[in-house]
Ligand binder design. Structure first.
Ligand code: G6Q
Length: 547
């Protein structure tokens, strides 16, 4: 199979780009009154309006042909049937098995993994029920009021985002997340808690992560300080990991361990036992509803034709912008305070998965891969960085995300939020021409000369693309579907780019070098082999550090 950029399908898109570049979205809308109807999709409780993108039906057809040339269908089948598609780590990629509600088996190396998935779900259900009901008590007999999840990266961002996104349904113990190895994070968190009523969930797939183990040791020392007995650890610490031996070595009873498996990638693991804080905060039923929502999106992804397939469309639009229209970043703009951690979550999902520069077989890619993902909740962003999105020199595709109903809307403010959301995508699409800007100023009574001078500053070029994703309510099911939508979008793009979306070698080198530097800082001995900058920084710290 030729490299993707050597295919006629890639060449056709390159050619098509020349046709599309001069076309303005305003005109595309004016030419086609059916554009909204034709470019909206509904799946798993979500509605996607992708009509405000710089595409025509023809663009989409060419993108579907590109997907076919990359054998997208084949790769989807390979993922769902447990092939080792994470080739650099030799692993299957089966987060979809964790939320498989179909009753169908999922095979890995001849073993149906569903019975063990169900077993761990039962363990999570039982444990969370006991903690939430007060049946599970701390060492001194008091019920658990606070849960602290200690984990980083994939063992933090997913459960944190979901717990906050479903904050409206939170009826269990308070849940805190400690990830950073900065002692301030664990210190500030514990300062507000009582060791008698605090439960720690140490979440680490490998149970070797330096930051997590350091934070867990600090938490353990705090717990022993407060409770004065090693035996207390068993009542106040549980672990989530793939590695029982290391959990035991750390001093956590493996009876209090929740297992998952190496075919679950860290950033795809919130559906596994890594989701335990979600169960503790919201209860098992809601966690299961989250899984069901994701499963509904999985079924849609596997069965819908490309032109009806939400993850395929989102993924291909991203390819169009990144590889043919030259955009380098993508904004995630939730108009929902509960979704405030979604941009950070998607940052890891997309940038760690597809921030790659070689193909599966180790050849340098000849085209850009993942863009920079960033964002903030809507109206806050409007008063900060939207200026650049509207009038800056780069085009930044935006995803607007909102729920039609808001559970906290007692004063009718939600309409204001939605009005802002729709106004932004309209403004980005339409823009304001020089003539419009000028006429507006003149109508306001400004003198002609002054109006001429000010008009260029009030021009909005428009033609800036966006998707809008709506759901009736932000609830476990729709959130599950939303997350799965982005997971599959990332997968679609990884397939087109021919990269391994499921490894993360990019985090290794820094980790390795930190291992060299730590003893130098601790012992005050800096090696000559460092470059002058690193040596200078270390010397500065050693000279200015107070014992
Ligand atoms: C995610 C990455 C990474 C990982 C963390 C924590 O896909 O692999 O973010 O989740 O490095 O790893 P552990 O869970 O092993 O501590």
């Amino acid at each position: 199979m030729p490299a993707i950029h050597d295919t006629p399908q890639w060449a056709a898109l390159n050619h098509h780009r020349e046709v599309m570049e001069p076309r303005h979205l305003r005109h595309l809308f004016a030419e086609d009154p059916q554009r909204f109807e034709q470019m909206t999709l509904r799946a798993a409780g979500l509605m996607l309006d992708y009509s405000k993108n710089r595409v025509t039906r023809n663009t989409l057809e060419l993108l579907f042909e590109l997907a076919e040339a990359a054998d997208l269908d084949g790769w989807i089948r390979r993922m769902f049937s447990g092939d080792r598609i994470n080739n650099t780590e030799g692993r299957a990629v089966l987060h979809v098995a964790l939320r498989n509600r179909s009753g169908r088996p999922v095979w890995v190396d001849g073993e149906d993994v569903m019975p063990k998935v169900e077993r761990v779900l039962e363990h999570m259900a039982d444990f969370s029920r006991r903690v939430r009901s007060g049946e599970w008590v701390g060492y001194t007999g008091r019920a658990i009021s606070d849960v602290v999840n200690i984990g980083i990266g994939g063992s933090n961002l997913g459960p944190k985002m979901v717990c906050r996104a479903l904050g409206h349904f939170h009826d269990g113990p308070r849940v805190h997340f400690v990830s950073n190895v900065d002692p301030t994070h664990v210190g500030e968190t514990l300062a507000r808690l009582d060791p008698e009523t605090t439960l720690f969930v140490v979440a680490s797939k490998t149970f070797t992560t330096q930051e997590t183990l350091a934070n867990a040791r600090a938490a353990r020392a705090w717990c022993l300080d407060g409770l004065g007995d090693e035996a207390a650890v068993a009542r106040h610490f549980v672990a989530v990991s793939t590695h029982a031996e290391r959990v035991a070595e750390f001093g956590i009873d493996t009876a209090n361990m929740f297992e998952f498996w190496d075919w679950v990638g860290g950033r795809y693991s919130l559906w596994s036992a890594i989701g335990l804080p979600i169960c503790l905060a919201l209860g098992m039923e809601r966690f299961v509803a989250l899984l069901e929502g994701a499963h509904a999106m999985d079924e849609h992804f596997v069965t819908a034709a490309p032109s009806e397939n939400m993850p395929v469309i989102l993924g291909l639009l991203g390819i169009w912008y990144t590889d043919f229209l030259g955009t380098t970043s993508q904004a995630i703009l939730p108009y929902d305070q509960y979704l405030r951690h979604l941009p950070a979550y998607l940052q890891q999902l997309e940038m760690e998965s597809n921030g790659k520069r070689v193909t599966r077989d180790g050849q340098p890619v000849a085209y850009p891969t993942a863009p920079v993902i960033w964002g903030e909740p809507g109206t806050d962003g409007q008063h900060a960085f939207y200026q650049l999105i509207h009038q800056g020199t780069q085009s930044i595709p935006c995803d607007f995300i909102a729920a039609v109903n808001n559970p906290n809307d007692r004063l009718g403010m939600h309409a204001m939020l939605l009005a802002n959301c729709f106004a932004q995508s309209e403004a980005l699409m339409r823009g304001r021409s020089h003539e419009e800007a000028l006429q507006e100023l003149l109508q306001q009574g400004m003198a002609a000369e002054a109006a001429e001078a000010l008009a260029p500053h009030r021009v909005f070029p428009g033609n800036r693309p966006s998707n809008t994703l709506l759901m009736e309510r932000l609830e476990p099911r729709t959130l599950g579907a939303l997350i799965a939508l982005y997971e599959h979008k990332v997968f679609v793009q990884g397939v087109i780019w021919g990269i391994d979306s499921f490894d993360q070698w990019g985090v290794e080198l820094g980790k390795q070098l930190a291992g060299v530097i730590l003893p130098e800082l601790e012992q005050g001995l800096v090696r000559d082999s460092h470059d002058a900058s690193t040596r200078g920084l270390l010397d500065y710290c050693l000279r200015h550090r107070r014992p």
